[in-house]
Design a protein around this ligand. Structure first.
Ligand SMILES: Cc1cc2nc3c(=O)[nH]c(=O)nc-3n(C[C@H](O)[C@H](O)[C@H](O)COP(=O)(O)O)c2cc1C
Length: 143
């Protein structure tokens, strides 16, 4: 069994691309060590991250992430045990901000709207969350 956490947060300022790349390099090293995979997307002052792996490691990683000064308003939108990873090839896929009309950012905006809205409040118990995530992931994979 794996554990999956999804959160979104608000960036403190507009982080430089180089800053985000450096962050991801460290994150990937840690995640490879800890058996954590996932995705982090940044767009329009918002991060959305999926973390999945052994429960203890995922929780410890999330605790460190919460402490980062790069963001605030960390909102846990989903957490659940899961039999399979969605992102089994990525120690942490990174989707940077780009043209807001690219399909990936349309997917991002849709996902954020979901999490911001009423559905977000129900996601923790809603099996449909898996479906939304899968659609999001499929869009990413098509990049
Ligand atoms: C949006 C965001 C995503 C992050 N994702 C990860 C991650 O997936 N794995 C990780 O180890 N650290 C991640 N971090 C960094 C942690 O907050 C923390 O700085 C880092 O884990 C400390 O690693 P170190 O002990 O190697 O310095 C993230 C930070 C932010 C702001």
């Amino acid at each position: 069994m794996f554990y999956r956490i999804i959160y979104m947060s608000t960036a403190n300022g507009n982080p430089e691309q180089a800053e985000l790349e450096a962050l991801m390099q460290r994150a990937r090293r840690n995640n490879e060590r800890d058996g954590i995979t996932g995705l982090v997307a940044y767009h329009d002052f918002t991060f959305i991250q999926v973390l999945e792996g052994p429960e203890d490691n995922v929780r410890a990683c999330f605790d460190r992430i919460r402490d980062s000064k790069l963001h605030r308003n960390i909102i846990l939108v989903y957490e659940a045990h899961t039999g399979a990873r969605l992102f089994d090839r990525y120690a942490m896929a990174f989707v940077p901000s780009a043209d807001r009309n690219r399909p990936v950012n349309t997917a991002f905006t849709n996902l954020r709207n979901l999490f911001d809205g009423d559905i977000g409040k129900r996601l923790e118990t809603d099996v449909a969350a898996e479906g939304f995530l899968r659609a999001f992931y499929d869009t990413m994979r098509g990049l």
